[in-house]
Design a protein around this ligand. Structure first.
Ligand code: NFK
Length: 306
């Protein structure tokens, strides 16, 4: 018997999964092998808080800069050491399934990058249930326009998102910037353990506070948007690095690989990399270290060394 196309091997294997299996596949902490799930999540917040404290104490900064009128529409800017007034701008978009996390515990990468002449921005946005996916996408779009206007001489804007934050970063590739006041100088995207097809999330407990409808999930799914788009990447196109951890779940890995393949099909300058011996959280908390492989990849990409 031939299976209907929606359940063909490799296409949407999640449609064949039980509710429990789907919940597990989309619970990244359950796939961590170096610590128990709860311990992993606790360590992640602790390292994020410590890194933020350290960044605020040791780097010149502007905290809580408003990029819009909403309470949550604020970003923190951490400046590189030295006298220069022009640098590449690196923006980090935190994860937490669009319903947890904040800029105040997400300054992981600030010290290693500001030590190497890169300005780092950690952006805040309205998480659910207050924020909807549509609002979050709009907020991140406006935060990037704001940065381009504030720093028109920037040496490139680089976006890095983790998990749900990688989803928000990806949506920026598909934004029609001609509808915004400025076109940002987007040079690169680092998409770390992201989610590109939101439909499976609807069937998990994560949707209790997100309240995604199928329409909202589809409207905000980079995988579907990219598949449907006729537009070519701009010239010069931003470089897109699709990144997963070895201990990300099979579903997370499948989503990243599929999205990477679609990027190639649509003519983007994309690469895919799986980092060994790290889970969904270690891959971000290790960014506090300059000698971590991903930190080095980020620096090499920004400064175009290979
Ligand atoms: N409840 C989730 C938590 C989670 O996925 C998460 C936590 C912090 C930062 C990013 C996360 N994942 C995606 O946004 C878990 O079981 O791992």
């Amino acid at each position: 018997m031939e299976l209907p196309s929606c359940v063909r091997e490799g296409e949407a294997p999640w449609k064949k999964m039980s509710k429990e299996e789907l919940q597990t596949q989309y619970s990244p902490s359950k796939w961590a092998i170096h610590r128990e799930a709860e311990e992993t999540l606790k360590t992640f917040s602790q390292i994020g808080e410590q890194a933020t404290k350290k960044a605020r104490a040791s780097r010149k900064n502007l905290l809580g800069v408003a990029y819009g009128d909403h309470e949550a529409e604020k970003l923190d800017i951490y400046f590189p050491m030295g006298e220069s007034e022009v640098w590449p701008l690196f923006m980090f978009i935190h994860g937490g399934y669009w319903q947890s996390g904040s800029k105040d515990q997400s300054a992981f990468v600030v010290n290693p990058l500001t030590g190497q002449k890169v300005a780092v921005v950690i952006v805040g946005y309205d998480i659910a249930p207050k924020g909807t996916l549509d609002l979050m996408v709009d907020q991140v779009t406006r935060s990037i326009s704001f940065l381009q206007k504030q720093f028109p001489r920037n040496e490139g804007i680089y976006l890095c998102g983790h998990s749900a934050g990688a989803h928000l970063a990806t949506m920026m590739l598909l934004t029609d910037w001609t509808k915004q006041e400025v076109t940002p100088n987007l040079k690169g995207l680092f998409l770390v353990s992201g989610i590109y097809d939101l439909e499976p999330i609807i069937h998990t407990t994560m949707n209790e506070s997100l309240s995604l409808t199928l329409e909202a999930a589809q409207r905000n799914s980079p995988q579907l948007l990219l598949e449907a788009t006729q537009t070519q990447p701009g010239d010069p196109a931003a470089q897109v690095l699709v990144i997963v951890g070895q201990q990300d779940s099979p579903e997370f890995k499948r989503q990243s690989k599929n999205f990477y393949k679609m990027l190639l099909q649509k003519g983007w300058n994309a690469s895919f990399e799986e980092f060994q011996d790290v889970d969904h959280f270690e891959i971000v908390w290790n960014l506090t270290r300059e000698d971590f492989e991903l930190t080095q990849v980020i620096l090499k990409t920004i400064f175009q060394e290979s």
